[in-house]
Ligand binder design. Structure first.
Ligand SMILES: NC(=O)C1=CN([C@@H]2O[C@H](COP(=O)(O)OP(=O)(O)OC[C@H]3O[C@@H](n4cnc5c(N)ncnc54)[C@H](OP(=O)(O)O)[C@@H]3O)[C@@H](O)[C@H]2O)[C@@H](O)CC1
Ligand SMILES: [K+]
Length: 516
């Protein structure tokens, strides 16, 4: 799998419909787009059939243009000597526009989809509903999808979805009643939100995004604000060490340690900040934890910083340009004071300091978003919040829940807090108060392990220390974190993430040789 498997922009279904309209207005007819879409689908299906000796394809066609793609694909596959059956949800003569023309050009038999025998197929093409899905699926269409999913689980038949698995909402990733479980999905021009947001992502199987003749120039009018979180989004902003640089030019991150029995989380973060490229990392430790931290550190520096006053003293050095806090700190007043200190305006007006708040630093403000927002507004630099779902709910309550998807919620949270919000999960979303958002495309199941979030906090601090633009730093941190887990694989514990970062850097710097 290439590091950048998809084009960078992600569209809502409305934005995709607009791309379609603009293209047709510019002179490329809808039927050409449909033909190209079907050809892209056929090349994926043909490739999949090559791995088995099967040639039997069942195409399930719906009432709109998604069904139209299915009819065209059926014709192309039959020309390629496959054995085709077509099942239709709606009699072909009831279709409209390009879909009607596509159905009319199919001169083979058409069975009612609900009565279709699913057996005797090597591949089933799901061309029931695409981006035009407008409500929950019910009745005979829902029964058919349930029957298809069950048959796939029992028989292992492979299912290929046209554009998006039927039943997945393209803009939110939600299941509208019931949704097809596909082994592969072929979409067109750009991914839609629902391809990457859960549960949609889990229904797609292997995703392919095909070029069908829509020119990227239409994006100039659509101005998408959501992006695939992959190197293409931030590669040009990646901080690289310079031959004529020194450790101070790579920034100095401070990570705040918890008390004697809670020091591991901050050490994981500190180590990760160094491995991500910060020139220096200091662990700010309460007095009682010095004895626990000292023997466990080598390249990370250790300074005693007792409570908020101790942290303030440490941060009075303007070279310390990032502070990360939350992991292992405990929930309560003491942590709130530490957060207030970290967010205090810098003593020198020009001094900038970015702040990463995670875990207990967030939960200590549960139900007090307004207080945190006011502190963030005066902060001496960018603020990144990195909540998981529980922390997100505790901090934002219902305030950010407008809209159906995690993407909406993260965007609301960024707007309400004035911070970059990295909403963790297998479909991590990073949202900026300016409206931009990224969705992680390459999650790793091995990241569900203790300390993994603490490591991510440190990685983002490490990138910020080197001056990386904050939205890019949060996105890049999430990607590198997932990539490290993918490269390490089975048996991963949090300590392995930082240890695998050199391999991740090698992959990225490999793309940037010319710059080095
Ligand atoms: N955009 C592009 O550039 C290109 C797009 N292309 C293809 O077009 C697809 C989009 O086509 P589309 O807009 O016709 O929508 P589609 O998904 O086929 O469904 C609409 C139909 O379903 C119906 N319907 C909706 N919900 C329902 C429900 N719950 N239960 C039952 N019925 C429901 C709805 O009926 P209505 O809401 O009007 O009652 C309408 O009849 C796109 O995914 C891609 O495959 C390609 O050809 C190439 C270029
Ligand atoms: K579909």
């Amino acid at each position: 799998m290439p590091l950048d498997p998809f084009p960078t922009e992600i569209l809502t279904t409305e934005e995709m419909a607009r791309a379609d309209r603009l293209t047709i207005e510019s002179g490329l007819p809808g039927k050409e787009l449909m033909k190209n879409a079907a050809a892209a689908l056929v090349s994926v299906v043909t490739r999949m059939l090559q791995t088995s000796s099967g040639r039997r394809v069942l195409v399930l066609c719906g009432p709109g243009n998604n069904g139209g793609d299915g009819y065209v694909a059926a014709r192309l596959l039959r020309q390629a000597r496959m054995k085709l059956r077509v099942g239709a949800l709606t009699p072909p003569s009831n279709l409209r526009g390009d879909a009607l023309a596509a159905a009319a050009a199919w001169d083979g038999a058409v069975e009612p989809a609900e009565a279709c025998l699913l057996a005797n197929a090597d591949i089933v093409i799901d061309a029931l509903f695409g981006t035009g899905l407008a409500r929950d699926i019910e009745g005979k269409a829902a029964d058919l999808i349930r029957r298809l999913n069950q048959y796939r689980r029992e028989s292992g038949v492979r299912v290929v979805a046209v554009d998006i698995p039927s039943g997945i909402d393209g803009s939110s990733g939600a299941v509208r009643g019931v949704a097809v479980e596909a082994d592969a999905t072929v979409t067109f021009f750009r991914l839609k939100n629902g391809h990457l947001l859960l549960p949609g992502r889990l229904h797609c199987g292997e995703l392919t995004c095909a070029h069908i003749g829509i020119r990227s120039a239409v994006l100039g009018e659509i101005k998408p604000q959501t992006f695939v979180n992959a190197p293409g989004l931030w590669r040009n902003l990646l901080p690289l060490p310079r031959v004529d640089g020194h450790k101070y030019s790579r920034g100095h991150a401070v990570v705040v340690s918890g008390g004697f029995s809670f020091t591991g989380a901050a050490r994981l973060a500190a180590q990760a900040a160094l491995r991500t490229g910060a020139g220096l990392v200091t662990l700010a430790s309460p007095r009682d934890a010095m004895a626990a931290n000292a023997p466990a550190l080598t390249s990370v520096m250790l300074r005693e910083a007792e409570g908020a006053e101790g942290l303030a003293a440490l941060l009075s050095d303007a070279r310390k340009n990032v502070v990360a806090l939350g992991p292992g700190l405990g929930v309560g007043e003491a942590t709130r004071r530490l957060v207030e200190t970290a967010l205090e305006p810098a003593p020198e007006p020009d001094a900038k300091r970015a702040i990463v708040l995670d875990a207990d630093a967030l939960t200590s403000f549960a139900g007090e978003l307004e207080t945190l927002r006011r502190l963030i507004a005066k902060a001496p630099g960018a603020v990144v919040l990195t909540p998981h779902a529980g922390e997100f709910a505790r901090l934002f309550g219902d305030a950010a829940n407008d809209g159906p998807s995690k993407l909406d919620h993260a965007r609301n949270a960024a707007r309400l807090s004035g911070a970059i919000v990295l909403f963790k999960g297998p479909d991590t979303v990073v949202a900026s108060p300016d409206g931009r958002a990224s969705i992680l495309a390459a999650a790793s199941p091995w990241l569900a392990t203790a300390g993994s979030g603490d490591t991510l906090t440190g990685m983002i601090a490490g990138l910020l220390a080197q001056g990386m633009e904050p939205f890019a730093a949060a996105s890049c941190g999430a990607w590198m974190h997932a990539r490290a887990a993918t490269l390490f694989g089975p048996g991963l514990i949090a300590d392995d993430i930082a240890a695998t970062l050199p391999a991740v850097w090698r992959e990225l710097v490999g793309c940037l040789e010319a710059v080095l």
